[in-house]
Design a protein. Structure first.
Length: 291
């Protein structure tokens, strides 16, 4: 399905084809890789792992073109959240009206502050659905990496095939706790991360994993740290900070221009930790439930 909707403010091109989307919007996304880290990472995963990696229903993409240039994009991987790049209120309203007219059902929207609120308000107006602010997030970029010290006993280890069961359990727990974004099947996610060396454990001296931190594949020079997870009974001991420092160091060593991560602004502990490591704020995002 490819459709075009022309309005006084531009033309929305909708497609289910990730290659078509990237042909149209790839240069735009790469022009601001930090702010566009999520669409860059998700489209790379779809391109390399298949269109059903986030769910059985086909993903959908949109590109807003005006005066011969791309101005904004969206993607959604049903049944997960709609993700938007920055939009004016007028463009947010046009998109909400278009998706509502197509009969789309959206569980929520994730975008920079302002854009998310504008779309949520427009969606509520066009559909009658109640929009509720669920979470405020902050995007951070790594400046000068600094170990958060004191470093807890033990050390890092990259997860391997023998760790598959552990990774699946922890990804299930992490996904249930966070409940946002573009979650993947935990077994498929574990296999992909093992194949790419994308997860590092922090282990105690006896070899027991006590935390994990992962990184996304490098796209457009950016790498995003995610997920970072410590089981609840092991928190507060410095394990997550040590694991995050290790994967951040590894991303820089592998040539990343930007190392990024998101935090929940309602969690002062994680925000304080990442700033001590050397992460600095870039922009704030919001997640709205459209239930």
């Amino acid at each position: 399905m490819d459709t075009d909707t022309s309005t006084a403010t531009g033309r929305w091109h909708l497609t289910h084809d990730v290659d078509d989307f990237l042909t149209r919007a790839g240069a735009f996304l790469r022009s601001r890789p930090a702010l566009h880290t999520v669409p860059l990472t998700v489209t790379e995963t779809l391109r390399t792992r298949g269109r059903c990696v986030y769910g059985e229903e086909a993903p959908e993409f949109g590109v807003l073109e005006r005066d011969g240039a791309v101005r904004a994009t969206f993607f959604r991987t049903p049944p997960h959240w709609l993700n938007l790049t920055a939009l004016t209120p007028e463009d947010a309203d046009t998109l909400a009206a278009r998706l509502a007219a197509l009969g789309r059902r959206l569980p929520g929207v994730n975008a920079q502050c302002g854009t998310a609120a504008a779309f949520a308000e427009a969606w509520q107006r066009h559909t009658g659905v109640t929009a509720t602010l669920r979470q405020r997030q902050r995007l951070y970029r790594l400046g000068t990496l600094t170990a958060p010290g004191p470093v807890p006993p033990g050390g890092p280890r990259v997860a391997v095939a023998a760790d598959r069961g552990q990774l699946i359990r922890w990804h299930d727990e992490f996904s249930e706790a966070v409940g946002l974004g573009t979650a993947r099947d935990s077994a498929e996610w574990a296999d992909a991360r093992i194949a790419g060396g994308g997860i590092t454990f922090w282990e105690t001296p006896d070899g027991t994993p006590v935390a994990m931190a992962g990184t996304s594949p490098q796209v457009a020079g950016q790498v995003r740290v995610a997920p970072v997870y410590t089981p609840p009974h092991l928190r507060g001991r410095g394990y997550a900070g040590a694991a995050t420092t290790e994967v951040s160091r590894a991303a820089l060593a592998a040539g990343a221009d930007e190392v990024l991560l998101f935090t929940d602004l309602a969690n002062p502990t994680s925000n304080g930790l990442y700033q001590r490591i050397g992460y600095r704020p870039v922009a704030d995002f919001e997640v709205y439930d459209l239930a």
